[in-house]
Every structure is written in structure tokens, then in C-alpha cells.
Ligand binder design. Sequence first.
Ligand SMILES: C[S@@+](CC[C@H](N)C(=O)[O-])C[C@H]1O[C@@H](n2cnc3c(N)ncnc32)[C@H](O)[C@@H]1O
Length: 363
Amino acid sequence: MPRAPSLTARRSAALLGIHRPSTPVPAFTSGYLFAITNPGAERVLKHEIAAAGLEWRPGFQARGFVTFKSPAVEAPFGARDLLQPVAFARRLCLFAGKADTLDGARALLATAGPAELPLHHLRMTEGWLMPAPGEPPAALTAGQMAATVVEFSPAEFWAGLHWHEPLLSPFPGGCSGVTLPEDAPSRAWLKLEEAARFFGLTFSARDVVVELGCAPGGVLLALLRRGVSVIGVDPAKLAPIVMERAVAEVPASGKAPHQPWAVHCRKPAALVSKRDLAGHATWFMSDMNQSPAVAIKECARFTKMCPSIRSALITLKLTDLTEASAKSAWIDAMQRMGFQTVRLQQLCVHHRELVLLGLGRRD
Ligand SMILES: C[S@@+](CC[C@H](N)C(=O)[O-])C[C@H]1O[C@@H](n2cnc3c(N)ncnc32)[C@H](O)[C@@H]1O
């Protein structure tokens, strides 16, 4: 029997924008669930869950891995619990059992779900739970059940189940395995590409991104290669590989070149005015070395200046992960700007950072 969430949990779910499942919720339940997180984020993950009023009881913990026990035996965890938007969990799974071999874990899973379950195998690699090398699994589709097996040592395999939903990563442990190309001007290339893969973001040639804090140009290069034009804002210099594609000013509507273009608006974000944007942007992005409050305030100002902005992807730079206790204030601010769907998420390429995604903005 799926557990009825407590009143506090329901309130916090409403506040934090928990989504409804896109397909009927399957029946498998478990007294435990486990979360995959980045090493060093285990404590803030537990705080986040307690602050959301979820009443999940922390149990066994290892680097990048935290288990939770359901608050009551008669009310085990079910698929709905996995839909909680927990920023510090790259993956939440219902616990299916523990085995001393991979085949043993497979056998446990076969008793819990369909025989041909896609299997995501994670292995502890230099302190991080990362996808084990091998064939990349096929992308999951909404409603599909998948298994995660976490290998802590050659004789310890933990097995869990989850169901794929839009905005959950289709990749093992929420980590796509994408690697930085040699010509990328910065690691920020990875942050854009990992976010796009985690959330399944799509861009079209009609999109124009305004990116605050664009230098030296990793995100800009990733976007240009995806066929998207960019207005990059930053007082610092862009790398030559990006400057090669730059045009002097934002092309007038209807006069844009066929190729994606980039404009470098070489000033601090606060000095950018409506004229610099020429009414063009559809996406707001920020990767500025500024506090979350400044980045979110600029997002509000840019969406007012440029009502055509429909989506936002903001890297929040934290001095300490505990700053994420401001989560509901950040989500509220995005909702007040008109974003219908808002997610806060740690990605496997993040250290002291989180990404805040806003989609479906209405004026
Ligand atoms: C982490 S780097 C950005 C990396 C970049 N997104 C990339 O793809 O390579 C942070 C940038 O934020 C810029 N920055 C800091 N404060 C800013 C502000 N107020 N307005 C615009 N850019 C700012 C810095 O100059 C720096 O280049």
C-alpha cells in the first residue's frame, strides 16, 4: 500500500513544486530508499529532506550514498516518494536488496520487476559513485522502470528501482558520462551539457540565449555547436575559438545570419539595458561569480526587460552547501517571475554549485 504523505510533507511538496507522475504509479514498495549524491553533500541532503518535512529516517551512509527508512512499517516507500524534487539527490531508488555479486543483485531485481529491466551499474571510483565502464544504457522513456546497482566493493552490491519521469536524468546515477572536449575554453561547457542531458533540454535554431558571466566561453561554445545564438555578457575576454564566431551587434529581427551568432556584451550584468538585447532572448542563463541572490535578481530584471524569455538555467555558486537552505525562497522567486516548472538540482559535474532551472515562463 503506498503511504499517504503527512500534512507537512504535502505542504512542502506543494511549496517545492513536486510534480504529478506522468504515468500511473507502479505498485512496488520498500521500507527503505537510497539517494545518490555528490561526495560531501550527504549531510546537506539529510537536512534538505528534514526541512521539507518528509520524515524519512536517515540510516546507512557511505560517500555519495544515503539510505532512508520509512517512518512507519505499515507505510513503506512507493514510487510517489521518488518524485520528491530533492536537489542533492541525483537519483532516488526504492531499495530492493543487497547481494555479494552483480548476478545476485540481478536476481533480487528479477523478483521485484520485469525480467528485462534496464540496469544502471554504479561503481565507487576515487570516492565518487560513477557509471561503471561499459555499454551506455539505452535512454529511458517516461514511466519505464529501471534498476540501479551500486557496487561499493567486489563483494557488496546494493540494488534499487526507480521509474523514469521527465526532468529526471535518464542516465546511470544521474550522470551522463559526457567528457570535456579538448578545445572547450572552460569546464563550464560540461555544466551546460550535463544540465541539458539531465533535464532533457532541447534548443532550436530560433532560440537566443542571454548568458551572464560568459567568459572565457565554454557554455557559449556548447550553445553555438547546438545551433543556438548567444548574447554573452561579461567584462572579461572571450577565448579566440568563440571570438571567431562573434558578430559586432545583435542582428535586427529578420536579419539574423543563417549560422548561429554570438555577441559579446563586454560589461557587468547590472549595466545591460533593453537596447543591448534588441528584444531577442528566449533563454536566460547565468554562470556569474556572484551570489545566488544577485543571479536570481538579475534573472528577474532580464525577464522584465525581455518578456520573450521562456526558460532559465542559472548556476548558483555557493560558498558553502548549507546555503541551499534558502531553496524555497529561490524557487518562489522563480515562480513569481512566471516560470511554471522550477527545479533545483546538483549535477555530477558540480562542486560547490547547484543549477536552478525554470521552464514554461508566462508573463
Ligand atoms: C565561472 S566564470 C564563467 C564561465 C563561463 N560561463 C564559460 O562558459 O566559460 C565566471 C564569470 O563571471 C563573470 N562575472 C562576475 N561578475 C559578473 C557580473 N556582475 N556581470 C557579468 N559577468 C560577471 C566573471 O568575469 C567570470 O568571467
